[in-house]
Each structure stands twice: as structure tokens, then as C-alpha cells.
Design a binder for this molecule. Structure first.
Ligand SMILES: Nc1ncnc2c1ncn2[C@@H]1O[C@H](COP(=O)(O)OP(=O)(O)O)[C@@H](O)[C@H]1O
Ligand SMILES: C[C@@](O)(CCOP(=O)(O)OP(=O)(O)O)CC(=O)O
Length: 448
């Protein structure tokens, strides 16, 4: 357990939103197509503090996640010769026995982000900015996890989940992308003066995006489309992916040339596109997420869709092309507020095409249990349309609803009844679609 955050020592709070890919799952992995992604009101916040070094801690950084049991990671940092940048190594808690280091507690997303961002800073500033001891505390809005644990502080905004991160039940809002993005922003704004880095400068925002994408891919061990990091940075947008080859020349952290390769990659010409102007939600309507207890693995779903696509280029090309039209049509219907009927008609074929791709590739993209639930949900007054978001699967649905109390009550009641009758646990999350990406929070007014 780490000390409580001392509010007077906070230097920065940076937050980034979760995501929902409303349309464009699978096709967005191919840069010939795009995806319609909305940021979510559930955010991950990283609170940066400078700390006075403990006698043994002149080169230590603490990252903690106080909502979880046992989740504090101590790192020692050191320079690596030959443009290797800065490498962190997990170590035991300050003032405790070295054997207290928990062998299975590594947080790859945190560790990789530290390696990438600290190395970038040291290289970019020619070591003129000194890395000093600091603490970065992560607090996530409650909707990221289904609460099986109990809140110990009932009136606090960020619930204590009573479990470790690895055991927490995620709701699929993109916690790692929001975490990597907000941590990257917090480290950059903590160490660099505003004259060198500011989130209100579009060029610096692009640096943050490229750095966060690179760190997120490295930590994940795979290169996804990156729509989750892009929406964490830019908020809602129509997203076209970057070429994975951009990331191929970065060696492992801690090796010669790592920092120069990171800086060079970050400042290359990236070919992703984030079109924010084409997205908006009509006034009086909201995107809401339904968490359905279950679980699917995106990795194998992507593999099976890709295998089908490779074996059926004509059929898949046709369906991917149709889905692309739906991405654009749905974005337009929402942005131009074409009315419930037309928006609903623009959402329908997204569902149908996703289901079709699932059926043809033998992948449970919109499995029968979801079809039944979504069909029934669409019959609830005030529900304009529904989709299985992202990769689809058994565990989530996204709905566009009238944003009024009566509709929300009706949907909640419907889901209660559905859960009882169908033996699942389907729950409306309080999270809403919103447009804003990464931002600096005002620490004086930040609500805890
Ligand atoms: N609140 C948090 N505090 C610390 N690390 C977190 C937090 N949320 C997410 N992470 C990191 O992200 C990982 C989850 O990433 P992943 O399985 O890709 O889920 P998601 O689909 O939500 O991004 C965790 O194992 C942890 O390393
Ligand atoms: C298949 C995809 O196009 C969309 C997956 O979207 P999800 O929202 O399902 O993603 P996870 O948070 O990784 O579970 C893969 C991708 O674009 O990377």
C-alpha cells in the first residue's frame, strides 16, 4: 500500500478517454478502410507528483494504482550508453526488504511507457532535462471494471475494487490505451517545460499520439489498428490506421540506439488520419454501453476473420466495401442529425454486415444471444439503434438512445428483465459517448 496522494505536491493531472468502435471493426485493420470511433466519458487519469528522494531513492519512480490491491510498481532508472536512452528496472518498495519484490506483478504497459517516454525526453533534450524521482498515480473511472469488489470509501469518485488488476473484470472500454496515453501525457508534461511541450499545441499532440501508439504496440506485443490510442488522444473521429512498418526499426528498450530510434520514429511522417470534423452526436442523444458478462478474445477473432478474408478475397472485399459505406453513412447520419428513423436505418446494416462476416468466417461477432438481445432492445422506446462494438463478441453492446431519464429507466428495466429470463448479467454502464480526447485536468478543481 502506498501513501495517499498529497494534493499539494501534484504537478499535473492528465486524463484520456476510453473508446467505442461503433462501426468498422476488422476493416479498420486495413488502411484502405476506416472506423467510426467515439471517445467515452470514462477516463483514466494520471496524477504526477515530484517526490523528495528517500535516501535510497535518488533514481526511483513510483507508479501506483491505488484502486487495486497490491498495485504499486517501483522502478529504478538509469542511462544506457550509445543512444540507448533511459531504462527502468522494477525494484522493491522503498524502505522495504528487497525480497518484497513481487515476481508476477509486472505491468508491461506502465514499464514500456516509462522506457519509451523517458528515453524520448532524454534524447530530444540532449539530456538537458534531468529525470528526477517522481510518482505517477493512476485512477480510473469506475465503468472500466465491473465491480465485484466493494468500495471502502463510499463517497469517493474512484472506487476501490478490492482485487488486483489482473483479477479485475474489465468492461472492454480500452483501459490500456487510455492508460498509456494519459501516462505518456503526464510524463511529458511533468518533465518538460510548457515551452517545449504542451497538449494545446497540435504538433505536440501528434508527438504524444505517435509515442503512445509505439509504446502501446510494444507493450501489447502486437500491432492492432491503433483506433483505441487514436481516440484516447483525439477523442471521437473517423480513424484510418497507420502503416505498421513505421514501428519496425525500434530495438528493445535498454539497447544501444533505442532512444534515437524512438525519437526518429515519433518524428517520421505518419500516415494515419483522424477526421474529427465528420463526427458528432445529435443533441439529445447518447451512446451508452451495455456490459454483458461473458468473454471473448479479440486476438483469435481477428485471426479467424483474417483467415476467411485471405481465402475469400472477392466475397470479403465486397462485404468490407459495404461496411465501409456504412461507416461513412452512419457518421453522416449522426453528424447531420438526420432523425431517429434514418439514424436507425444507418445502424442496422452495420449489425447485419458484422453478423454476416462472423457467420462466413465462423467467428462469433454477433452471436445469436446478442442478436436476440439487440433485436429486443431496439424495440424499447427511445432506443434508436444498436451494434456489437469493436470486434463484437458476447460481452458488450453499444446503443444509441434518447438521452432522457424515461428512456434510460426503460432500458435499465429491460436489461434487468432480460438478465433474469436469459440467465446472463446485462447491465447499462453509466459511461457516455463524448468527443474530447486527452486533456490536462485542473488540479484545484479535480473531483476525487
Ligand atoms: N487502472 C490501471 N492501473 C494500472 N494498469 C492498468 C490499469 N488499467 C489497465 N492497466 C494496464 O492495462 C492492462 C489491460 O490491458 P488489456 O488487457 O489490453 O485491456 P483493455 O482491453 O482494457 O485495454 C492491465 O493488465 C494493466 O497492465
Ligand atoms: C477487431 C478490431 O478491428 C477492433 C477491436 O475492437 P475492440 O473494441 O473489441 O478491441 P479490444 O479493446 O482490443 O477488445 C481490432 C483493431 O482494430 O485493432
Amino acid at each position: 500500500m502506498t501513501d495517499k496522494i498529497n494534493k499539494s505536491e501534484i504537478t499535473r493531472i492528465v486524463s484520456a478517454p476510453g473508446k467505442v468502435l461503433l462501426a468498422g471493426g476488422y476493416i479498420v485493420l486495413d488502411p484502405n478502410y476506416t472506423g467510426l470511433v467515439f471517445g467515452l466519458s470514462a477516463r483514466i487519469h494520471v496524477v504526477a507528483q515530484a517526490v523528495n528522494p528517500h535516501p535510497e531513492g535518488s533514481n526511483r519512480i513510483l507508479v501506483d494504482s491505488p484502486q487495486f490491491d497490491l498495485d504499486a510498481w517501483w522502478y529504478e532508472y538509469g542511462s544506457v550508453p550509445e543512444n540507448g536512452g533511459i531504462k527502468v528496472t522494477e525494484t522493491h518498495a522503498e524502505g522495504s526488504d528487497p525480497s518484497s519484490l513481487r515476481p508476477n506483478s509486472r505491468n508491461h504497459f506502465v514499464e514500456t511507457t516509462l522506457n519509451y517516454v523517458l528515453s524520448y525526453i532524454s534524447h530530444k533534450t540532449n539530456d538537458s532535462v534531468t529525470i528526477t524521482p517522481a510518482r505517477f498515480s493512476i485512477v480510473a473511472d469506475n465503468d472500466y471494471y465491473s465491480s465485484s469488489g466493494t468500495s471502502t470509501v463510499s463517497n469517493s469518485r474512484f472506487k476501490h475494487l478490492g482485487t488486483t488488476i489482473s483479477k479485475a473484470n474489465k468492461t472492454g472500454l480500452g483501459s490500456s490505451a487510455a492508460l498509456v496515453t494519459s501516462l505518456t501525457g503526464a510524463i511529458l508534461t511533468h518533465y518538460l517545460p510548457a515551452s517545449r511541450f504542451s497538449l494545446s499545441n497540435p504538433a505536440d499532440l501528434l508527438t504524444l499520439h505517435n509515442l503512445a501508439q509505439a509504446a502501446h504496440c510494444a507493450a501489447q506485443g502486437k500491432i492492432g489498428s491503433g483506433f483505441d490510442v487514436a481516440s484516447a488522444v483525439y477523442g471521437s473521429c473517423i480513424y484510418r490506421r497507420f502503416s505498421p512498418s513505421l514501428l519496425k526499426s525500434i530495438p528493445a528498450p535498454g539497447t544501444a540506439g533505442f532512444a534515437s530510434a524512438v525519437a526518429e520514429t515519433v518524428h517520421k511522417e505518419w500516415d494515419h488520419r483522424t477526421d474529427k470534423d465528420s463526427t458528432a452526436l445529435p443533441r439529445g442523444y447518447a451512446i451508452r454501453m451495455v456490459d454483458v458478462t461473458g468473454g471473448t478474445q479479440t486476438v483469435s477473432m481477428v485471426k479467424s476473420v483474417n483467415a476467411w478474408r485471405d481465402g475469400n478475397p472477392d466475397e470479403s472485399g465486397k462485404l468490407f466495401g459495404e461496411l465501409q459505406k456504412c461507416v461513412e453513412g452512419l457518421a453522416r447520419a449522426l453528424k447531420e442529425n438526420k432523425g431517429e428513423g434514418e439514424i436507425g436505418r444507418a445502424m442496422r446494416p452495420v449489425r447485419e454486415l458484422m453478423k454476416r462476416i462472423g457467420d462466413l468466417s465462423g467467428t462469433p461477432i454477433e452471436p445469436e444471444s446478442q442478436t436476440k438481445m439487440l433485436d429486443a432492445l431496439e424495440g424499447v422506446e427511445g432506443v434508436v439503434g444498436s451494434v456489437v462494438p469493436g470486434a463484437g463478441g458476447y460481452d458488450a453492446a453499444a446503443i444509441l438512445v434518447r438521452d432522457d431519464e424515461e428512456t434510460i429507466n426503460r432500458v435499465e428495466k429491460f436489461l434487468e428483465g432480460w438478465s433474469e429470463n436469459e440467465g446472463v448479467k446485462a447491465k447499462l454502464l453509466s459511461v457516455l459517448g463524448e468527443t474530447e480526447g486527452v486533456r490536462v485536468e485542473d488540479s484545484a478543481t479535480f473531483r476525487w
